[in-house]
Write a protein that binds this ligand. Structure first.
Ligand code: G6P
Length: 364
């Protein structure tokens, strides 16, 4: 099918803006009024371990999902990039469930990792955007993310749709294992249902972020910090930015700042702190203050409460609506994507076709 830019300057901008609708479609499918819509064969009750394998942005979706599977279902959960997993030849157990996340469903390393697991785990599950793809066909169960065709090489709407499907899976795992009662389950499903509206609100940040991006475009290095499920989102924010703006960017767990990256901080280094006002907010704020004490340019992305408590003295602020703690990475993906997008536009790079990168890596 021919996909058009529909008035946007780049496919990436269009795909970022499509996310509220994409998530609403996926929610209609996976969370109909009657509850969770997941295949019956996807049963977590006798599983003792979950393995999540992917590459690139899909790997960071897995890294967020690890927090959810552990929190909601209390199942040990390991994640790996497919290129490491496949050659490490890790021992597998018949009670493991292996989940492969891939937008294209054709990434060579992810497919090889799936084949390695196929006969040796309880079930293989594919979370894919292309239902006819090799990974979807070869897995025992395929769950479509329903994001529609994604053209921009830098993945955006596929990432948030992957997260949504993984979140519903983690809730199902919690229910199958009796780890979450109906009340908590319905609080979480309500939170997921609020996402399209919240992402829509976050889209209004595009203009203010475009202004900040003019300064970010001057930077040589940019750090992203996050804690808990926001840590993998910091990694994804850095990946997005480096792949399309060509500015060196690194994501770090806030608590690891003092173990290395703090050595880089000076007036010229923007530090983007992704921190909703959650349980660990105070800890993140103290990491942020260490940056400010060394004159780093802190950009704090938080909610009204977080900005009120910790916004003073930061270089810039981005205000997001409040969101249930576990699902904050889905909402904060939008400002992370917009920061990357507008910084790349400010630098004049080829946003949809960044140099040296391919949309789908079907060879090693
Ligand atoms: C490439 C793309 C990324 C993508 C990764 C994994 O590097 O540029 O956007 O995240 O491959 O692709 P997949 O199709 O398996 O999700």
């Amino acid at each position: 099918a021919q996909v058009e830019k529909g008035g946007y300057k780049h496919f990436m901008a269009k795909e970022i803006a499509e996310q509220p609708v994409v998530l609403a479609d996926a929610l209609r499918h996976y969370l109909p009024k009657s509850g969770l819509n997941m295949p019956d064969e996807l049963d977590f009750s006798n599983i003792d371990r979950i393995i999540l394998i992917a590459c690139g942005t899909a790997h960071y979706a897995c890294a967020v999902a690890k927090y959810w599977f552990e929190e909601f279902a209390r199942i040990p959960c390991e994640i790996d990039v497919a290129s490491e997993f496949r050659y490490r030849e890790p021992p597998l157990s018949a009670r493991s469930l292996a989940i492969f996340v891939s937008q294209s469903g054709e990434t060579a390393d992810t497919l090889a990792a799936l084949r390695y697991c196929a006969e040796n785990v309880a079930k293989t599950v594919a979370v894919v955007n292309v239902p006819s793809s090799s990974i979807a066909r070869e897995a025992d169960i395929a769950l479509p993310i329903l994001a529609g065709i994604e053209v921009g090489v830098a993945s955006t709407k596929a990432f948030t749709a992957q997260l949504l499907v993984l979140a519903v899976m983690a809730l199902k795992a919690g229910r199958d294992r009796g780890q979450i009662d109906d009340e908590i389950l319905s609080a979480h499903t309500e939170a997921l249902r609020s996402l399209p509206g919240l992402l829509n609100q976050a889209m209004s940040l595009s203009e203010p972020i475009a202004k900040l991006a003019e300064s970010l475009a001057e930077a040589q290095d940019i750090l992203f910090l996050g804690r808990g499920p926001m840590y993998p989102l910091a990694l994804e924010g850095a990946l997005k930015l480096k792949e399309i703006s060509y500015i060196h960017a690194e994501g770090y767990a806030s608590g690891e700042l003092k173990h290395g990256p703090i050595a880089l901080i000076d007036r010229s280094v923007p530090v983007i702190v992704m921190a909703p006002h959650d349980r660990l907010f105070d800890k993140t704020v103290s990491n942020m203050q260490e940056v400010m004490a060394r004159h780093g340019m802190v950009l704090l992305a938080s909610d009204a409460k977080g900005l009120q408590i910790a916004g003073d003295g930061t270089w810039a602020q981005i205000q997001l609506p409040e969101i249930a703690e576990p699902f904050a990475p889905i909402l904060y993906a939008v400002p992370a994507q917009l920061l990357a997008y507008h910084t790349a536009v400010a630098k004049g790079t080829d946003v949809d076709q960044p140099r040296n990168l391919a949309k789908s890596v079907t060879v090693e």
